[in-house]
Design a protein around this ligand. Sequence first.
Ligand SMILES: [Zn+2]
Length: 405
Amino acid sequence: MFVLRQVQSANSNVKVFFKNITKRCTHNFIQLEVDGENLKFPHIWLRDNCQCNQCFHSTAKSRIIDYSNLKIDVKPKSINKDENTLHVTWDDGHTSQFRIEWLKFRSFTQENQSKYYESIYKPRRKRWNGSEFFQVCSKHNYNEILQSDKALFHWLHNISVYGIALIQNSPNKEDALDEIISRIGFSKETHYGEKFTVQNVQNTSNVAYLSNKLQLHTDLPYYEYCPGVNLLHCLVQTKSEGGENLLSDAYYTAMYMKDNYPEQYKLLTGIEVEWSDIGTENEKQFFKLYRSPIIVVDSNEDIIRINFSIPQRGSILSCPVESVTPWYEAHKLFFDLNHKFAAKFKTQEGDILVFDNIRLLHGRNKYEDRANNSRKLIGAYVDWDEIYSTWRCLKVNLYPHSGFI
Ligand SMILES: [Zn+2]
């Protein structure tokens, strides 16, 4: 049993002392010392996150608190703590209980938030340049991904961290991608269909269907909800020279520009480009437009999306006329640097190349397309939402100690 002692301080804060634990209730926080760490929890946050069955639905894992009666200035009337649980009675008459481990996992210290981010939110990305490609591009077995959750997790983890992973030994059939995608969830359909075939087609609506060099690009930048990951299954590879894949980690290039060409980097993060795709596919017309910079950053200045495509970049540039030429200089620099940092390699029949479509640029060298020397790929997309969701499910199931508390 702990003995509770309350001391009324000069500024009316209530100080509560326990054996080995110091808790201080300030105006806005309850402070707890847990395992030597001083953790602060705002009153309103605790009240909002009460885990009792009137405030939180445990099976739906959803907050059901009556928000109309929530007081932002809610205060504790009494605080009690035993070895594993914090008990709070509030001045609105409600009582809450929180497990100490649960609180610690959600604490506001930078260290705990960073730990949570990596263990549950998303794996941290590691950027690479072309010379490191063969170290970062992990190889995975098709059947193992279908049969083993650990193999599936390992594959998804590597795509998240490096933006690239190769699946080998896939069956030589046009629907081989379906089973892989069903292990994650479902694919992302676009106006080119649920799956698309890349091979030389005359009078095509898309330049990817030609055998010319395909310059580095991201797919479908004209989508606001841009497909996150690209899966390209190599069914037939050309035996002649050419047809190599080009891949560049544009996240690496962008950070390189931020460090070495900050002005140009700023132009690419600030000026919106109008991306477009206009045409007809399967007798259905489409007219896609979306405005977004080349490098999209969030409020923490983290890069969250790259848009790059020479053919799909429209002619509308929504910026002052004086910014146009500097923007082109920055854009050309980004293009040249990506080519400089790009890796070049040729997939084999049975390979599925999987890469982050909003991070990496991909392209292909020119190849010779003849009757007995062709190249055929089947492609599909999956959204990052589905990949991260499956990654998290696997993480908490396979590694419960590092999982969600
Ligand atoms: Zn409650």
